[in-house]
Design a protein around this ligand. Structure first.
Ligand code: ATP
Ligand code: MG
Length: 331
């Protein structure tokens, strides 16, 4: 995973880009962070197998896809009997059972159930600040974790965007703003739709590697055979970040377009149940539902748009990351 920062320097020849690299290097997940998550995952899997024989526990999300910060939680997906066809009722019942069970595990504390469309068990490793979010059989999170093959610039771009959004309080789906996953897809969409794209659509170009029905155990293997994508785009990190803010502040039509990373373009918003009356439409690349459905209040939507506009304006005038994100404070 770790790219040499030397090669990243090629995209960081101005102050803003330099600051982005600095922030990235200070905040990106370290090998020891991943190791800690992995040790905990392996132990939990052993313990859970005492009640659910044959269950498999996968680390997913930013811990695994190269987009993690040192402070990122560890997302876990528990796969029971390798079957995806669990009913919602059964998934919820299993999650609640599991919550009871976790209460008796010595190295777990502060377990809570989050009642979202996909129920989540949130808990901490005892005595540490490591937080876990566990779901049962929501295997789409495993599939989309391996969808990403990164150009050098993607990881710093996404890390800076996540920090920026969190700083401005627009990165919390439980408070009606954008989830990290939504932000990731928004960045990828912008990078895919540039005149010279920085990111391809792997699903469009290699459909056989991303068949949504592929057995979950071989999902991590599929993308390994895809040759690296070579972009002709030489833009600096700073230019890409400014372009990202500008795209959503002025070009993107929130009321008429759906972001589709699957097709590497903006789709026209048709009047289907998934998109009707939604302020922000971002398609999940496998399930094709709206990952931004948490944004359901006009006031929150307006605040998100206003933040894009304001930061875009400020960064246009002052080419300094600190003007929109105090770097020292977030490291
Ligand atoms: P952070 O570093 O802030 O934790 P993250 O990339 O882990 O960011 P989360 O919002 O924690 O993002 O989501 C964790 C993972 O769960 C995502 O990377 C994705 O694989 C999956 N996921 C999250 N939301 C959805 C969704 N609505 N539909 C499908 N998969 C999702
Ligand atoms: Mg996460």
């Amino acid at each position: 995973l770790p790219e040499s920062s030397n090669s990243l320097q090629a995209y960081a020849k101005d102050k803003l880009s330099d600051q982005m690299v600095e922030l990235f290097e200070a905040c990106q997940q370290q090998a020891c962070d991943l190791k800690r998550k992995e040790v905990c995952r392996a132990q939990l899997q052993l313990d859970i197998q005492r009640v659910y024989a044959g269950a498999r526990l996968y680390l997913t999300g930013s811990s695994m896809n190269g987009l993690g910060c040192r402070s990122s939680d560890a997302d876990l997906c528990l796969v029971l009997k390798g079957k995806v066809s669990f009913t919602v009722l059964k998934t919820t019942a299993t999650t609640i059972n599991l919550m009871m069970f976790l209460c008796f595990i010595a190295y777990v504390e502060r377990t809570q159930l989050i009642r979202a469309k996909v129920p989540i068990l949130r808990f901490r490793e005892k005595g540490s600040d490591l937080q876990f979010d566990l779901n049962v059989n929501n295997t789409v999170g495993i599939r989309n974790t391996f969808l990403l093959r990164t150009d050098l610039r993607i990881r710093p771009m996404i890390l800076v965007v996540k920090k920026w959004a969190r700083h401005h309080q627009i990165n919390d789906a439980s408070k009606g703003t954008l989830s990290s996953y939504t932000l990731v897809l928004m960045v990828l969409h912008y990078l895919q739709t540039l005149k010279e794209p920085v990111v391809p659509s792997l699903q469009r170009d290699y459909p056989e590697c991303f068949n949504p029905f592929m057995d979950i155990d071989i999902v991590p293997e599929g993308p390994k055979h895809i040759p690296p994508y070579k972009s002709t785009n030489q833009s600096s990190l700073g230019d890409l970040f400014r372009g990202f803010l500008r795209y959503y502040a002025t070009d993107f039509r929130w009321d008429k377009q759906v972001i589709s990373v699957r097709e590497a373009r903006a789709l026209p918003k048709i009047n289907s149940q998934e998109w009707r009356n939604k302020y922000i439409c971002v398609e999940e690349p496998f399930e094709r539902n709206n990952v931004a459905r948490a944004v359901h209040e006009k006031a929150k939507f307006d605040a998100i748009k206003a933040q894009f506009a304001e930061s875009c304006r400020i960064l246009q005038e002052r080419k300094d990351l600190n003007s929109i994100l105090p770097v020292r404070a977030v490291i």
